[in-house]
Design a protein around this ligand. Sequence first.
Ligand code: GLY
Length: 376
Amino acid sequence: MTPVSSGESAEDRVTVRLGPRSYDIVLGRSMTARFGLFVRELLSQSQAALLVADEHTRKLAEPLTVPLEEAGFRTMLAVIPAGEQSKSLEQLAQLYDVLYELKADRRTPVIAVGGGVVGDLAGFAAATYNRGLPLIMVPTSLLAMVDSSVGGKTAINHPRGKNLIGAFHQPKGVWIDTDHLATLPVREYRSGLAEVIKYGVIRDPGLFETLERHALALRTGRASILPSIIARCCRIKAEVVEQDEYEETGLRAILNYGHTFGHAFEIVGAADHWLHGEAVAAGMMCAVRLAQRIGYLEDDSLLARQEQLLQAFELPIRPLPHWDVEALLAAMQRDKKATAGRLRFILPRCLGEVGLVDHVSLAEVRQVLCERRAAS
Ligand code: GLY
Protein backbone atom coordinates (compact mmCIF):
# COMPACT_ATOMS: atom_id res chain seq x y z
CA MET A 1 0.00 0.00 0.00
CA THR A 2 1.46 3.35 -1.02
CA PRO A 3 0.26 6.49 0.73
CA VAL A 4 0.13 9.25 -1.88
CA SER A 5 -0.33 12.88 -1.13
CA SER A 6 -2.87 14.72 -3.23
CA GLY A 7 -3.69 18.32 -2.38
CA GLU A 8 -4.65 18.68 1.25
CA SER A 9 -5.64 15.12 2.01
CA ALA A 10 -3.73 11.87 1.88
CA GLU A 11 -4.99 8.90 -0.08
CA ASP A 12 -4.06 5.26 0.13
CA ARG A 13 -3.66 3.25 -3.02
CA VAL A 14 -3.87 -0.53 -3.17
CA THR A 15 -3.02 -2.05 -6.55
CA VAL A 16 -4.69 -5.24 -7.71
CA ARG A 17 -2.05 -6.80 -9.99
CA LEU A 18 -3.72 -8.75 -12.77
CA GLY A 19 -1.49 -8.01 -15.75
CA PRO A 20 -3.48 -6.05 -18.35
CA ARG A 21 -6.50 -6.05 -16.04
CA SER A 22 -4.61 -4.43 -13.12
CA TYR A 23 -6.27 -1.56 -11.30
CA ASP A 24 -5.97 0.68 -8.28
CA ILE A 25 -8.21 0.96 -5.27
CA VAL A 26 -7.96 4.57 -4.14
CA LEU A 27 -9.02 5.16 -0.57
CA GLY A 28 -9.37 8.40 1.35
CA ARG A 29 -11.73 11.04 2.76
CA SER A 30 -13.60 13.90 1.11
CA MET A 31 -12.44 12.97 -2.37
CA THR A 32 -15.48 14.01 -4.46
CA ALA A 33 -13.78 16.97 -6.15
CA ARG A 34 -11.04 14.71 -7.51
CA PHE A 35 -13.34 12.03 -8.91
CA GLY A 36 -13.54 13.47 -12.43
CA LEU A 37 -9.77 13.49 -12.77
CA PHE A 38 -9.57 9.91 -11.47
CA VAL A 39 -12.00 8.66 -14.13
CA ARG A 40 -10.45 10.82 -16.87
CA GLU A 41 -6.98 9.43 -16.16
CA LEU A 42 -8.38 5.92 -16.55
CA LEU A 43 -10.41 6.68 -19.66
CA SER A 44 -8.91 9.48 -21.70
CA GLN A 45 -11.20 8.99 -24.74
CA SER A 46 -14.62 8.66 -23.09
CA GLN A 47 -17.30 11.26 -23.67
CA ALA A 48 -20.15 9.90 -21.58
CA ALA A 49 -20.56 8.05 -18.29
CA LEU A 50 -23.45 6.22 -16.67
CA LEU A 51 -23.75 6.41 -12.89
CA VAL A 52 -25.88 3.73 -11.25
CA ALA A 53 -27.18 4.17 -7.70
CA ASP A 54 -30.14 3.04 -5.62
CA GLU A 55 -32.71 5.21 -3.83
CA HIS A 56 -30.40 5.52 -0.80
CA THR A 57 -27.09 6.13 -2.54
CA ARG A 58 -28.54 8.54 -5.11
CA LYS A 59 -27.56 11.42 -2.78
CA LEU A 60 -23.95 10.20 -2.87
CA ALA A 61 -23.96 9.73 -6.66
CA GLU A 62 -25.45 13.13 -7.56
CA PRO A 63 -22.46 15.17 -6.29
CA LEU A 64 -20.13 12.98 -8.38
CA THR A 65 -21.76 14.21 -11.60
CA VAL A 66 -20.21 17.68 -11.05
CA PRO A 67 -16.52 16.68 -11.20
CA LEU A 68 -17.35 14.20 -13.97
CA GLU A 69 -18.93 16.92 -16.12
CA GLU A 70 -16.01 19.23 -15.34
CA ALA A 71 -13.73 16.48 -16.63
CA GLY A 72 -15.71 16.42 -19.89
CA PHE A 73 -18.13 13.52 -19.33
CA ARG A 74 -21.78 13.76 -20.39
CA THR A 75 -23.40 11.94 -17.45
CA MET A 76 -26.64 10.12 -16.78
CA LEU A 77 -27.74 8.72 -13.45
CA ALA A 78 -29.88 5.56 -13.29
CA VAL A 79 -31.55 4.94 -9.94
CA ILE A 80 -32.70 1.41 -9.10
CA PRO A 81 -34.92 0.34 -6.19
CA ALA A 82 -32.88 -0.53 -3.08
CA GLY A 83 -32.63 -4.21 -2.18
CA GLU A 84 -31.66 -7.64 -3.43
CA GLN A 85 -34.74 -7.89 -5.68
CA SER A 86 -33.07 -5.38 -8.01
CA LYS A 87 -30.54 -8.02 -9.08
CA SER A 88 -33.06 -9.14 -11.70
CA LEU A 89 -33.30 -9.52 -15.47
CA GLU A 90 -35.91 -6.72 -15.46
CA GLN A 91 -33.60 -4.18 -13.80
CA LEU A 92 -30.74 -5.31 -16.01
CA ALA A 93 -32.87 -4.73 -19.12
CA GLN A 94 -33.69 -1.22 -17.88
CA LEU A 95 -29.98 -0.44 -17.51
CA TYR A 96 -29.38 -1.67 -21.06
CA ASP A 97 -32.12 0.74 -22.22
CA VAL A 98 -30.43 3.65 -20.41
CA LEU A 99 -27.05 2.74 -21.92
CA TYR A 100 -28.67 2.71 -25.36
CA GLU A 101 -30.25 6.10 -24.71
CA LEU A 102 -26.85 7.43 -23.63
CA LYS A 103 -25.38 6.13 -26.92
CA ALA A 104 -22.83 4.22 -24.88
CA ASP A 105 -19.86 2.88 -26.80
CA ARG A 106 -17.02 0.62 -25.64
CA ARG A 107 -15.33 3.56 -23.89
CA THR A 108 -18.35 4.59 -21.82
CA PRO A 109 -17.83 3.75 -18.16
CA VAL A 110 -20.52 2.37 -15.91
CA ILE A 111 -19.96 3.81 -12.44
CA ALA A 112 -21.58 1.83 -9.64
CA VAL A 113 -22.26 3.99 -6.57
CA GLY A 114 -23.64 1.89 -3.75
CA GLY A 115 -23.42 -1.40 -1.93
CA GLY A 116 -23.22 -4.97 -3.16
CA VAL A 117 -26.53 -4.96 -5.06
CA VAL A 118 -25.70 -1.86 -7.11
CA GLY A 119 -22.17 -3.15 -7.76
CA ASP A 120 -23.34 -6.61 -8.84
CA LEU A 121 -26.11 -5.35 -11.14
CA ALA A 122 -24.23 -2.41 -12.66
CA GLY A 123 -21.14 -4.59 -12.93
CA PHE A 124 -23.02 -7.27 -14.85
CA ALA A 125 -24.53 -4.64 -17.16
CA ALA A 126 -20.97 -3.38 -17.79
CA ALA A 127 -19.71 -6.91 -18.36
CA THR A 128 -22.32 -7.64 -21.01
CA TYR A 129 -23.51 -4.47 -22.81
CA ASN A 130 -21.81 -4.07 -26.16
CA ARG A 131 -19.54 -7.02 -25.19
CA GLY A 132 -18.14 -5.14 -22.24
CA LEU A 133 -17.84 -1.57 -20.94
CA PRO A 134 -15.34 -0.14 -18.46
CA LEU A 135 -16.55 -0.42 -14.87
CA ILE A 136 -15.71 1.91 -11.98
CA MET A 137 -16.73 0.86 -8.50
CA VAL A 138 -17.63 3.47 -5.89
CA PRO A 139 -18.60 1.30 -2.92
CA THR A 140 -20.53 3.17 -0.24
CA SER A 141 -21.19 0.39 2.30
CA LEU A 142 -18.49 -1.15 4.45
CA LEU A 143 -19.29 -4.57 3.02
CA ALA A 144 -18.85 -3.37 -0.55
CA MET A 145 -15.66 -1.48 0.34
CA VAL A 146 -13.92 -4.53 1.79
CA ASP A 147 -15.36 -7.23 -0.42
CA SER A 148 -17.77 -6.99 -3.33
CA SER A 149 -16.25 -3.97 -5.13
CA VAL A 150 -12.88 -5.68 -5.48
CA GLY A 151 -12.22 -8.81 -7.51
CA GLY A 152 -14.50 -8.56 -10.52
CA LYS A 153 -17.46 -10.71 -9.51
CA THR A 154 -20.68 -9.39 -11.03
CA ALA A 155 -24.07 -11.09 -11.08
CA ILE A 156 -27.82 -11.01 -10.98
CA ASN A 157 -30.05 -13.58 -9.31
CA HIS A 158 -32.07 -16.36 -10.94
CA PRO A 159 -35.43 -17.08 -9.26
CA ARG A 160 -33.93 -20.44 -8.17
CA GLY A 161 -30.56 -19.19 -6.93
CA LYS A 162 -28.52 -16.18 -5.84
CA ASN A 163 -25.84 -14.89 -8.25
CA LEU A 164 -26.54 -17.70 -10.73
CA ILE A 165 -26.18 -15.44 -13.78
CA GLY A 166 -22.91 -13.58 -13.73
CA ALA A 167 -19.49 -12.84 -15.11
CA PHE A 168 -15.99 -12.00 -13.98
CA HIS A 169 -15.42 -8.41 -15.07
CA GLN A 170 -12.65 -6.53 -13.29
CA PRO A 171 -13.23 -2.83 -12.67
CA LYS A 172 -10.88 -0.21 -14.14
CA GLY A 173 -10.67 1.39 -10.71
CA VAL A 174 -12.23 1.38 -7.24
CA TRP A 175 -12.89 4.68 -5.45
CA ILE A 176 -13.44 4.40 -1.69
CA ASP A 177 -14.39 7.65 0.04
CA THR A 178 -14.86 6.76 3.70
CA ASP A 179 -17.05 9.87 4.16
CA HIS A 180 -19.73 7.83 2.40
CA LEU A 181 -19.98 5.60 5.46
CA ALA A 182 -21.47 8.47 7.48
CA THR A 183 -24.90 7.87 5.94
CA LEU A 184 -24.83 4.09 6.40
CA PRO A 185 -27.34 2.71 8.96
CA VAL A 186 -25.48 1.29 11.96
CA ARG A 187 -26.91 -2.21 11.44
CA GLU A 188 -25.53 -2.29 7.90
CA TYR A 189 -22.18 -0.95 9.07
CA ARG A 190 -21.92 -3.71 11.70
CA SER A 191 -22.94 -6.29 9.14
CA GLY A 192 -19.89 -5.17 7.12
CA LEU A 193 -17.71 -5.72 10.17
CA ALA A 194 -18.48 -9.45 9.89
CA GLU A 195 -16.57 -9.53 6.58
CA VAL A 196 -13.73 -7.55 8.19
CA ILE A 197 -13.46 -10.15 10.97
CA LYS A 198 -13.47 -12.80 8.25
CA TYR A 199 -10.22 -11.41 6.79
CA GLY A 200 -8.58 -11.62 10.21
CA VAL A 201 -9.56 -15.26 10.65
CA ILE A 202 -8.64 -16.43 7.16
CA ARG A 203 -5.39 -14.54 6.66
CA ASP A 204 -4.34 -11.90 9.17
CA PRO A 205 -4.01 -12.54 12.94
CA GLY A 206 -2.66 -8.99 13.37
CA LEU A 207 -5.85 -7.54 11.88
CA PHE A 208 -7.95 -9.73 14.18
CA GLU A 209 -5.98 -8.47 17.21
CA THR A 210 -6.42 -4.87 16.05
CA LEU A 211 -10.17 -5.44 15.86
CA GLU A 212 -10.17 -6.88 19.37
CA ARG A 213 -8.19 -3.90 20.69
CA HIS A 214 -10.39 -1.29 19.04
CA ALA A 215 -13.72 -3.11 19.30
CA LEU A 216 -15.42 -0.42 21.37
CA ALA A 217 -14.59 2.42 18.98
CA LEU A 218 -15.27 0.28 15.89
CA ARG A 219 -18.77 -0.63 17.13
CA THR A 220 -19.97 2.90 16.47
CA GLY A 221 -17.93 3.47 13.32
CA ARG A 222 -16.07 6.34 14.95
CA ALA A 223 -12.66 4.66 15.14
CA SER A 224 -9.99 6.73 13.44
CA ILE A 225 -8.30 3.45 12.56
CA LEU A 226 -11.22 2.40 10.30
CA PRO A 227 -9.75 3.65 6.96
CA SER A 228 -6.53 1.74 7.54
CA ILE A 229 -8.53 -1.38 8.44
CA ILE A 230 -10.50 -1.05 5.19
CA ALA A 231 -7.25 -0.67 3.24
CA ARG A 232 -5.83 -3.76 4.94
CA CYS A 233 -8.89 -5.82 3.98
CA CYS A 234 -8.61 -4.57 0.38
CA ARG A 235 -4.94 -5.59 0.34
CA ILE A 236 -5.82 -9.12 1.50
CA LYS A 237 -8.62 -9.38 -1.04
CA ALA A 238 -6.27 -8.12 -3.77
CA GLU A 239 -3.61 -10.71 -2.85
CA VAL A 240 -6.12 -13.53 -2.98
CA VAL A 241 -7.67 -12.38 -6.26
CA GLU A 242 -4.22 -11.88 -7.82
CA GLN A 243 -3.42 -15.54 -7.17
CA ASP A 244 -6.79 -17.05 -8.10
CA GLU A 245 -8.76 -14.57 -10.19
CA TYR A 246 -11.28 -17.10 -11.55
CA GLU A 247 -11.68 -19.23 -8.40
CA GLU A 248 -9.85 -22.19 -9.93
CA THR A 249 -7.15 -23.17 -7.46
CA GLY A 250 -9.30 -23.09 -4.34
CA LEU A 251 -7.48 -20.10 -2.84
CA ARG A 252 -10.21 -17.56 -3.65
CA ALA A 253 -12.72 -19.89 -2.01
CA ILE A 254 -11.23 -18.95 1.40
CA LEU A 255 -13.10 -15.64 1.03
CA ASN A 256 -16.24 -17.73 1.47
CA TYR A 257 -15.47 -18.57 5.09
CA GLY A 258 -18.86 -18.71 6.85
CA HIS A 259 -20.73 -18.36 3.57
CA THR A 260 -21.92 -21.96 3.01
CA PHE A 261 -23.88 -21.76 6.26
CA GLY A 262 -24.58 -18.06 5.73
CA HIS A 263 -26.21 -18.47 2.31
CA ALA A 264 -28.49 -21.17 3.71
CA PHE A 265 -29.51 -18.81 6.54
CA GLU A 266 -30.31 -16.09 4.00
CA ILE A 267 -32.49 -18.47 1.98
CA VAL A 268 -34.31 -20.39 4.72
CA GLY A 269 -34.50 -17.38 7.03
CA ALA A 270 -35.50 -14.89 4.32
CA ALA A 271 -38.57 -13.88 6.32
CA ASP A 272 -36.34 -12.74 9.19
CA HIS A 273 -34.51 -10.27 6.92
CA TRP A 274 -30.97 -10.86 8.10
CA LEU A 275 -28.37 -8.80 6.32
CA HIS A 276 -25.66 -10.66 4.41
CA GLY A 277 -22.99 -9.92 7.03
CA GLU A 278 -25.29 -11.09 9.82
CA ALA A 279 -25.78 -14.42 8.06
CA VAL A 280 -22.01 -14.66 7.50
CA ALA A 281 -21.39 -13.92 11.21
CA ALA A 282 -23.58 -16.83 12.36
CA GLY A 283 -22.12 -18.88 9.49
CA MET A 284 -18.56 -18.28 10.69
CA MET A 285 -19.56 -19.48 14.17
CA CYS A 286 -21.09 -22.65 12.69
CA ALA A 287 -17.91 -23.17 10.65
CA VAL A 288 -15.63 -22.90 13.68
CA ARG A 289 -17.89 -25.20 15.71
CA LEU A 290 -17.86 -27.70 12.83
CA ALA A 291 -14.07 -27.46 12.64
CA GLN A 292 -13.87 -28.23 16.34
CA ARG A 293 -16.33 -31.12 16.10
CA ILE A 294 -14.42 -32.90 13.32
CA GLY A 295 -11.03 -32.30 14.95
CA TYR A 296 -9.82 -29.84 12.27
CA LEU A 297 -9.45 -26.88 14.63
CA GLU A 298 -5.99 -26.84 16.21
CA ASP A 299 -6.43 -23.77 18.38
CA ASP A 300 -9.67 -23.96 20.37
CA SER A 301 -9.28 -20.40 21.66
CA LEU A 302 -10.34 -19.13 18.23
CA LEU A 303 -13.91 -20.21 18.91
CA ALA A 304 -14.28 -17.99 21.98
CA ARG A 305 -12.34 -15.08 20.49
CA GLN A 306 -14.38 -15.02 17.28
CA GLU A 307 -17.60 -15.28 19.29
CA GLN A 308 -16.58 -12.40 21.57
CA LEU A 309 -15.66 -10.16 18.67
CA LEU A 310 -18.90 -10.84 16.81
CA GLN A 311 -20.87 -10.18 19.99
CA ALA A 312 -18.98 -6.93 20.57
CA PHE A 313 -20.39 -5.78 17.22
CA GLU A 314 -23.86 -7.11 18.11
CA LEU A 315 -23.73 -9.68 15.33
CA PRO A 316 -25.61 -13.00 15.58
CA ILE A 317 -23.60 -16.04 16.63
CA ARG A 318 -26.22 -18.74 15.91
CA PRO A 319 -28.94 -19.39 13.38
CA LEU A 320 -32.46 -18.69 14.68
CA PRO A 321 -34.04 -21.65 16.51
CA HIS A 322 -37.19 -21.75 14.37
CA TRP A 323 -35.29 -22.35 11.11
CA ASP A 324 -35.84 -25.88 9.90
CA VAL A 325 -32.56 -27.84 10.06
CA GLU A 326 -33.43 -30.12 7.13
CA ALA A 327 -34.31 -27.08 4.97
CA LEU A 328 -30.95 -25.53 5.90
CA LEU A 329 -29.11 -28.73 4.92
CA ALA A 330 -31.01 -28.91 1.62
CA ALA A 331 -30.15 -25.27 0.85
CA MET A 332 -26.47 -25.97 1.52
CA GLN A 333 -26.49 -28.96 -0.82
CA ARG A 334 -28.03 -26.81 -3.57
CA ASP A 335 -25.40 -24.08 -3.06
CA LYS A 336 -23.48 -23.56 -6.30
CA LYS A 337 -20.26 -24.20 -4.39
CA ALA A 338 -21.36 -27.72 -3.42
CA THR A 339 -20.12 -30.33 -5.90
CA ALA A 340 -22.69 -32.98 -6.81
CA GLY A 341 -24.55 -32.18 -3.60
CA ARG A 342 -21.38 -32.79 -1.53
CA LEU A 343 -20.89 -30.09 1.07
CA ARG A 344 -17.69 -28.08 1.02
CA PHE A 345 -16.66 -25.79 3.83
CA ILE A 346 -13.89 -23.34 4.49
CA LEU A 347 -12.90 -24.24 8.03
CA PRO A 348 -10.34 -22.65 10.36
CA ARG A 349 -7.30 -24.48 11.73
CA CYS A 350 -6.11 -21.54 13.81
CA LEU A 351 -6.26 -17.77 13.66
CA GLY A 352 -5.04 -16.73 10.19
CA GLU A 353 -5.29 -20.15 8.57
CA VAL A 354 -8.26 -21.84 6.92
CA GLY A 355 -8.64 -24.75 4.51
CA LEU A 356 -11.19 -26.25 2.15
CA VAL A 357 -12.77 -29.35 3.68
CA ASP A 358 -15.11 -31.57 1.67
CA HIS A 359 -15.25 -34.76 3.69
CA VAL A 360 -17.75 -33.62 6.30
CA SER A 361 -20.75 -35.88 6.84
CA LEU A 362 -24.27 -34.53 6.79
CA ALA A 363 -24.73 -35.87 10.33
CA GLU A 364 -21.91 -33.67 11.64
CA VAL A 365 -23.31 -30.56 9.96
CA ARG A 366 -26.75 -31.42 11.33
CA GLN A 367 -25.27 -31.64 14.82
CA VAL A 368 -23.75 -28.18 14.51
CA LEU A 369 -27.06 -26.74 13.33
CA CYS A 370 -28.93 -28.48 16.15
CA GLU A 371 -26.49 -27.26 18.83
CA ARG A 372 -28.22 -23.92 18.72
CA ARG A 373 -31.38 -25.38 20.20
CA ALA A 374 -29.56 -26.65 23.28
CA ALA A 375 -27.68 -23.39 23.73
CA SER A 376 -30.43 -20.88 23.01
N1 GLY B 1 -16.83 -12.37 -2.20
C1 GLY B 1 -16.02 -13.46 -2.52
C2 GLY B 1 -15.17 -13.26 -3.74
O1 GLY B 1 -15.08 -12.17 -4.23
O2 GLY B 1 -14.59 -14.20 -4.22
